[in-house]
Design a protein around this ligand. Structure first.
Ligand code: ADP
Ligand code: ZN
Length: 734
């Protein structure tokens, strides 16, 4: 049976077909179909020069080369094909984000490798271990893993893919750069039972759940913003939508912003549906990911819980995508392919005929505006579930409190913590700064210790006993003497980080048990999970945390939240600063008081009259968004205008600036759509890993066809030398 639009959906053996590989080529290549033929969308292994690479059957052959000139594809991999829905989503996503299609395809084919089958010995790369002696052949073998998404490969496959003899592969095993593993045969995933009864919902939850169930029942694309205060039971409400979706035999995907949250969530799903769903994120082994990838494609995985990259899984019939904590900044992928998972979820759902639920206590202004204009449906859960009430929020005016130098916990906050701890409850002190001190200064010459490769200060980490760059991750030992003037013993820590705050807490509350929760202190998601469990079990009195704690951990005994420096988020010229500060402080404050214990949030600030601080304290969310929306509309900024960032990077700043100036001077295609160009100016991250970064911002009216104009504008410019250009559609910082 062939489709009416003349693209066959099956290519008989020997027939010409186009294959898109994940190699950086600008279009698909033509091959002859392998033995047994190939379905449209099938994953195939094809020869490319001396190598073998992974590709996807993309359509009818494009060249009119005689059949004899085409090389045959080697074989079909027995993974599920990429269906039309996923292929068209990838094309649209590549188009929107201005990413080359092969790079987009790579996101969708990271798990499958060359062939599966019964358990057999295969090889894996061992981390970044390099062999002591590197040769071209060895480098090709290591590179071959990237071509197959890091999947385990049999020694023979690996040698063939790299175009080397078996001895080279053996040599790498002996050198420790490759390890052997047993790849298991696929077993079925446990079945989730959507008919199991959920908890008894309160009237608000029941109304929201009914509306969500109805949206899923329709089987058509739509988006709902589910806005509910922390602890209102949003999760219970959207799990009803998941139940409806599964009951209809369709698949569901829940995206979470933080791996650390998945463990708690999986347990909850297991309690609700009687089995654990599929889990997809960087902490899952490659073998498990491969298995889940195939199960998703075969329809054997009903529900997947994962990080943003789960959006690119080959679902057979995706009926629902939930984006939990949809406002979270980590949904924006800032390296490699630049995309916002929240927006891509909406795009994928529109291709799949799925419903999207965006859940948050503090939605992004984009989603709020889409609900406000009626583009998205909106459901509200205004009250906490059960006896639990929202915390009382109060400002602590730092101008009126006596704080000696080196102290950040105000007398008012100290008193409140003492009271809570004495009552056997927990307190959280929130400071969004990792490390001991954000700045190390020489008291003799004023020199500030910076990163050698970035325009960033080095942050002291006492737990590690090193200085660290938070931009590139480089570390160095704390110097004994000033690197600039050589003075000894004059280096001083300036300002607080969570480690320093923990020191202060230990001094001020000598009898309390203090625990620090900061992402850099945990080597693994497991270690973090253990800490979170210990806190929940009451093994500490005072939690000191960075934004990690804002992301939805439930600590039932936590009744006091102290925000150490609410003004921190208001600094900077970023137009989104107000929105971010509002979201973060509200999320953190929302951790206080659950399960019937009333909570209190004390917000330390030197600007209690600042409109954002006032909005945070008053609880007038709608007022805050309306004011924000008005300001953005007046400036024609997103979501009332469109932005694109063009980042130019080079080892030397001048090269990047030269191209930036040339681009700015030749912006006629942009002016034609009513867009303006700002810059070139140093990018928000002006230097990283030894590369200078320069940014141009393109600002276009809301309805403008931005991407075609950008393509036309950029096309005549050739990148020479080590100059790189990347386009960031809808940048996060502006
Ligand atoms: P949110 O996602 O809005 O923060 P949750 O769904 O996590 O809220 O609910 C907060 C707490 O209340 C959780 O411990 C949850 O188990 C409990 N809860 C919510 N709704 C119900 C319900 N209908 N019955 C029993 N417990 C509930
Ligand atoms: Zn650095």
């Amino acid at each position: 049976m062939s489709a009416p639009d003349a693209i066959p959906d099956f290519f008989d053996e020997g027939r010409p077909m186009a294959v898109l590989t994940t190699q950086p080529l600008d279009r698909p290549l033509d091959y002859r179909a392998p033995e047994g033929g190939a379905w449209l969308g099938a994953l195939v292994e094809v020869p490319l020069g001396p190598r073998r690479v992974l590709g996807v059957v993309w359509g009818a052959a494009e060249s009119d080369l005689p059949l004899a000139k085409l090389r045959p594809a080697i074989r079909v991999l027995d993974a599920a094909p990429l269906r039309a829905e996923l292929r068209s989503f990838l094309m649209r996503a590549a188009d929107y984000t201005m990413t080359p299609l092969p790079a987009m395809l790579r996101l969708a084919t990271r798990a499958p490798g060359l062939g599966d089958g019964p358990a057999m010995r295969k090889l894996l790369r061992r981390g970044d271990t390099l062999p002591p002696r590197m040769t071209d052949a060895r480098a090709r073998v290591l590179a071959a893993f990237d071509d197959f998404g890091g999947a385990a490969l049999a020694p023979g496959e690996l040698a063939a893919a790299a175009g080397v003899g078996p001895g080279v592969v053996r040599g790498l095993v002996e050198a420790g750069a490759l390890v052997e593993c047993d790849t298991p045969r696929d077993g079925p995933l446990p079945r989730l039972d959507p008919a199991r009864p959920g908890p008894v919902l309160n009237p608000e939850q029941a109304a929201a759940a009914a509306a969500l169930r109805a949206s899923v029942t329709g089987g058509a694309y739509g988006t709902t913003l589910l806005k509910g205060v922390t602890g209102s039971g949003k999760t219970e409400a959207y799990l009803e939508a998941v139940a409806e979706c599964l009951a209809r035999g369709r698949q569901a995907l829940v995206l979470l912003p933080e791996i650390a949250l998945t463990a708690e969530f999986l347990t909850r799903v297991e309690a609700r549906f009687g089995a654990r769903p599929g889990e997809w994120h960087s902490g899952v082994t490659q073998a498990e990911r491969r298995r889940l990838w195939r199960m998703v494609g075969q329809g054997g995985a009903q529900l997947v819980v994962g990080a943003r990259s789960a959006l690119f899984l080959p679902f057979q019939d995706l009926g629902l995508i939930v984006v939990d904590e949809e406002h979270d900044g980590s949904y924006k992928q800032e390296e490699g392919v630049l995309y916002n998972a929240r927006d891509m979820a909406v795009l994928r759902a529109s291709h799949a005929g799925a419903h999207v639920v965006l859940a948050s206590a503090t939605p992004s202004l984009e989603s709020w505006a889409n609900a406000d204009s009626g583009k998205y449906a909106r459901l509200d859960l205004p009250a906490r579930f059960g006896e639990s009430v929202l915390p009382d929020m109060r400002a602590v005016d730092l101008r009126a409190e006596e704080l000696p130098p080196g102290r950040w916990i105000s007398p008012t906050l100290v008193g409140a913590v003492q009271e809570r701890v004495a009552a056997g409850e927990q307190a959280l002190l929130f400071l969004n700064r990792r490390g001991y001190a954000p700045l190390t200064v020489c008291r003799a010459c004023g020199h500030q210790i910076g990163c050698d490769d970035c325009d960033a200060r080095m942050v002291e980490h006492r737990f590690l006993n090193r200085l660290m760059c938070h931009q590139c991750g480089a570390t160095k030992p704390m110097p004994e003497t000033c690197p600039s003037c050589g003075a000894a013993d004059r280096l001083a820590a300036v300002g607080p980080g969570v480690e320093r705050l923990a020191e202060e807490a230990a001094a001020v509350f000598p009898d309390a048990r203090v625990m620090v929760l900061s992402s850099d202190l945990f080597a693994s998601a497991r270690a973090l999970k253990a800490h979170v469990a210990a806190i929940a079990a009451g093994e500490c009195d005072i939690i000191i945390g960075t934004q990690l704690v804002a992301k939805g951990h439930n600590f039932p005994n936590l009744t006091l939240v102290g925000v150490i420096d609410a003004d921190l988020g208001l600094q900077g010229s970023d137009l989104r600063a107000a929105e971010r500060c509002f979201q973060l402080v509200r999320q953190v404050a929302g951790r206080a008081g659950r399960a019937g214990q009333p909570g209190l949030a004390l917000v330390q600030t030197s600007q209690p009259d600042h409109p954002v601080i006032r909005a945070i304290l008053s609880g007038d969310d709608e007022g805050f968004w309306r004011a924000e929306a008005q300001a953005r509309r007046a400036a024609a900024m997103p979501p009332y205008g469109r932005l694109a960032g063009i980042i130019l990077s080079a080892p030397g700043q001048e090269e990047a600036f030269d191209l930036g100036r040339a681009l700015a001077a030749g912006a006629a295609p942009l002016h034609a759509i009513g867009a303006e160009v700002w810059g070139p100016a140093p990018a928000p991250i002006a230097r990283i890993r030894g590369r200078h970064r320069v940014r141009l911002l393109v600002k276009a009216p809301r309805g403008a066809r931005l991407q075609p104009a950008l393509r036309q504008w950029l096309a005549p410019h050739r990148l020479t030398g080590d100059l790189r250009l990347s386009v960031d559609i809808d940048p996060q910082t502006f």
